[in-house]
Design a protein around this ligand. Structure first.
Ligand code: SAH
Length: 529
């Protein structure tokens, strides 16, 4: 069956133009306007691919069969040679900012990172001024957020002195270097056991370690990890499933695995509605270019890949849609689409275990056991005598619904097809905050989750207006004043596609077994400690 790819591809949000740190209007990732870039192929005997990565992917698919959206996203974003984040960009130019593809909150206003730094300090105070603090950021991009955070923290001496080490989890060697330039003042890093290390210019004697995976960061009973994830989860791969009524799958079918098709011993049961995985395969070289209409023009483009519905079960379609009651509730909704990111669930479980330990296993309902077992079994059993630390997740996605049709490509501040120019286009999908919360709670009995709340609520209750007013008083010229003013207002804009509404904040903090519920500041709580 052909995909409802048009539906998937066209589900994009509109954006209102807003002012970032620089003077040129740039779009945030989550709220861009559909447009398209031409990737047309010229008719010739040998098929022309839009990028070398497209050719590599197409060849692999010819051997193994169609791949999941997750596998496609992973290759497009972090393939060692042609991945969007991992490829070498031309000197002085990266994915972010005016000349890049999108702009993020820390790039829009320094106030954002400053408030995140103050939030960490407030949480450190509330938890009784712990020693042996680890600051961990996943996906630091240019390093702008952590730079503003560390600069802010350095003025709270006792907190700064409690920091043992800073860990930056970054898949891109080029972005690692860029972060090092910003934070250590040099691109030259020492090789370390887990990756590379350098020093922190804001906190004398404090080391910064770069590595590619959070599992490489040491876990210690007495450590207090403060973890930041800003626009990280939207970049992690998703699997997409569609609930198709009157399945045409024969009773005994084959399952497509990475090593080839296998026949299940006892056949596959086929209920009326079945979750089918949407998979990626090359478009036919003979098909007509698809005509898409943007708000301004009608453009003909030929894409390298397209989505199709897998006729046979895939390893992921057999268990992922069964792991939560939230998906089960949609089993009777024909054509419902759900997006699931197992890698995100694994990451957030790791956060929870670091904060709360995994020493006591929660009793699990059958519905949640697949996710819980899947994620906790990947964690080392890690005992923590006293839960401590926090994770702050800032990203875009719905408050409580399951994302559907949210995969998009972003290039030069416009939304494009996720199948255009693989490796040259950023790919992202909405974050399922409730799934992250469930996964954290299942992974550790020692944590609780607050939020998600809208970014406007988080930043306003953290005092964004007051902080911006303070900076405005010291602004040297009209241009700086205007930039500050438009920047902070953009971050809390609650218009239909404003960043204040689309972006959410969620936190994982230690579960307070004995005392009353303590809401962290920014999530309805007061400053304490
Ligand atoms: N937090 C930054 C950048 C967001 S873009 C900001 O808000 O400005 C996503 C970041 O995550 C990039 O730095 C990218 O290289 C990194 N990234 C993407 N996938 C990753 C993965 N699987 N592992 C580690 N880092 C990853």
């Amino acid at each position: 069956m052909r995909v409802r790819s048009l539906n998937l591809l066209q589900a994009t949000t509109r954006f209102s133009q807003l002012r970032p740190r620089s003077t040129v209007y740039q779009s945030a990732k989550c709220a861009s306007r559909w447009s398209s870039t031409s990737t047309s192929t010229s008719p010739s005997t040998e098929r022309q691919w839009s990028t070398p990565l497209a050719k590599t992917l197409a060849e692999a698919i010819t051997t193994t069969g169609p791949i999941s959206v997750a596998a496609y996203m992973r290759q497009c974003l972090t393939h060692p040679e042609g991945g969007y984040y991992t490829r070498q960009t031309s000197s002085g130019q990266d994915q972010f900012g005016t000349k890049g593809d999108f702009v993020t909150s820390p790039e829009i206003s320094q106030v954002f990172g400053e408030l995140v730094g103050i939030w960490l300090y407030a949480e450190w105070l509330a938890q009784g001024r712990k020693e042996k603090v680890q600051i961990i950021e996943v996906g630091p991009g240019r390093g702008t957020l952590i730079d503003d955070v560390l600069r802010t923290i350095s003025s709270f001496k006792a907190f700064a002195n409690s920091i043992e080490a800073i860990y930056l989890i970054e898949a891109s060697p080029y972005l690692q270097k860029q972060q090092a330039k910003v934070l250590s003042g040099t691109e030259v890093l020492k090789k370390s056991d887990i990756g590379f290390s350098g020093s922190c210019k804001y906190i004398p004697g404090c080391k910064i370690e770069w590595c590619e995976d959070i599992r490489l960061v040491p876990k210690e009973d007495t450590s207090t990890p403060f973890i930041l994830a800003h626009e990280f989860f939207d970049a992690l791969p998703i699997h997409v499933f569609q609930n198709i009524a009157q399945s045409s799958i024969p009773a005994s079918s084959t399952i497509i695995t990475p090593t080839g098709p296998i026949k299940p011993k006892h056949g596959v049961t086929t209920p009326k509605n079945t979750w089918h995985e949407l998979v990626v395969s090359p478009t036919s070289p003979y098909s007509d270019p698809k005509t898409r209409t943007s708000s301004t023009s009608s453009i003909e483009e030929k894409l390298d890949f397209e989505l199709t519905v897998s006729k046979t079960p895939t390893p992921h379609s057999l268990y992922l849609p069964k792991m939560s009651d939230r998906y089960k509730k949609l089993e009777n909704t024909p054509d419902a689409i759900i997006e699931i990111s197992p890698e995100s669930l694994s990451y957030v479980s790791d956060f929870a275990v670091r904060i709360g330990g995994s020493n006591v296993v929660r009793s699990k309902t059958p519905a949640s056991s697949a996710s819980a077992n899947n994620t906790t079994s990947q964690q080392d059993r890690f005992s923590k005598s006293q839960p401590s630390g926090a994770a702050l997740i800032l990203d875009y996605g719905p408050l409580d619904t399951i994302p559907a049709n949210t995969l998009r490509g972003i290039r030069s501040h416009t939304t494009v097809s996720p199948f255009a120019s693989p490796g040259l286009v950023d790919l992202s999908a909405d974050v399922d905050f409730l799934a992250l919360a469930d996964s954290a709670l299942n992974a550790s009995p020692g944590v609780e989750v607050h939020g998600p709340v809208e970014q406007s609520f988080f930043l306003s209750t953290m005092g964004i207006k007051e902080r911006a007013d303070g900076l405005l008083k010291g602004a040297k010229d009209e241009e700086t004043r205007r930039r500050l003013e438009t920047g902070w207002k953009r971050l809390v804009d609650r218009g239909p596609n404003g960043m204040g509404k689309t972006y959410k904040a969620m936190t994982i903090v230690p579960f307070n077994e004995k005392g009353p519920l303590r809401r962290p500041i920014g999530f309805g709580g007061e400053l304490v400690g």
